[in-house]
Ligand binder design. Sequence first.
Ligand code: NOJ
Length: 549
Amino acid sequence: MSAKKNILWYQNAVFYELYVRAFRDSNGDGHGDLVGVIEKLDYLKELGVDCIWLLPLYPSPLKDDGYDISDYYGIHSDYGTVEDFDRLITEAHKRGLRVITDLVVNHTSDQHPWFVESRASRQSPKRDWYVWSDTDQLYQDARIIFLDTEDSNWAYDEKTQQYYWHRFYSSQPDLNYDNPEVAQAMLGVMRYWLDKGIDGFRVDAVPYLFERDGTDCENLPETHAYVKEMRRFVEANWPEAIMLAEANQWPEDVRAYFGDGDEFHMAFHFPVMPRIFISLHLENAQVIRDVMARTPAIPSGCQWCTFLRNHDELTLEMVTPEEREMMWSVYAPDDRMRLNLGIRRRLAPLLGNDLRKIVLANNIMFSLQGAPVLYYGDEIGMGDNIDLPDRNGVRTPMQWREGANVGFSEAPADKLYAPVIDSPEYGHKRVNVAEQRVNAGSLFNRMKELIALRKRYQSFFSGSQEFIEVAHPEVLAVVHCCDKGELAIFHNLSGSDVSFSLHHPPMQGAALTEVSCKDGRLSNPGQPTSAQVELDPYGSLWLLRDNSL
Ligand code: NOJ
């Protein structure tokens, strides 16, 4: 089966974020690799996802786990070869799976030959490829992102006695996009990978491409102009490929990255993510409704990406200071769980390993317009390891089965890039793919059902989305409408049963069908009377009014 069918393939796709180092080690060196991913493609197919997003694969000194690139045209030796990569694309496409890769445009590693040359002397032809200054007083309004490690966005270079600009670690100097050679060089990188047949890019750290004094150096018009250039280039040559923006910003600022349908195809919806956790804690749906009300419409052909967790800390940049304090005290009671402005924990531990809450959080994500993005391991409820530094604790080996090295690697345990989780609650005995696959009620099987459900009704998610209020503040209710009918989805954010009659005119007096009845039910199914919705604690219910009936 070919993956190449339609240019809007991404709009309702389910994405799977995959950290290659953690997934499967095929050659026993203790590091996951591309051949390992190929071995596991059938697993991803079975889960039902449509597109894999691969974290950076390029050669790198790994000061930021590959987001510090030292060669845009290669594959890190831990991961394999360019030929392995080609084979992965072929094998994925054979199975109808798409593949997008990370593209780090804002910065390189300080070991990239461009920077090595740039810092060699003030006269270097590449000097202007990075942002140099005699003073560290420029751009003072730009915030520091890696607050726990960096105290300035400038680093001093002893040899040439100037400062260079960096928005992340000081080992990640920012490229200077005011230099047209840099802008062209990045298009060359894109061409190389798109010519290999990838289905697009997750573009890293988009808001920071340009700097202007007196601004916060985010979302500048110059950045949008360059993004438009990237989009024109992609569209002209690879019309099915997508660009997905990582822009951790408020919805109105992210909206600008869709342009008039001429910038990004997709962008992560950062602000809704923490609000799913807030609403679960407060047992109140209002914060989700509020942020969705604040989310502008987007041009046709564009789509949000929703997510619960990823490879970074759960970012709390897009919440109020009060909400941040609340999130920290509820979800990160131990200081070691905190990092920068966020929480370095995985989904299952965040939700107290309560299967009902984990399924509910996913069900909420799947019931919003936008393409859901799952983080590897969260489909089986993997735990984290806060003893590991930085964000490494949420990047541990995938737990395939019980026993030595959890089926991740045949290397001696002390050669693994990171220890496997071995706690009584989240260790391989209790949390592994093999066991969950054969257990009907497991998280893996619940996720599989949810993915299949969402895909069965995917046409509803491209129509309109309306949040309705029911008499219970603990209920989140969203109605999707398309020419086929209406799909109403209810979530009970509380630990108690909820029952109410549905007053939503388009669905009143209509015959409604439950399309998922795991944790909720319609007490009068098929009756054209006012519907009585009953939800179990943390339950969800999907109700369909089908125009064709
Ligand atoms: C965002 C990535 O998700 C994160 O892992 C990385 O550290 C920064 N960008 C810098 O590239």
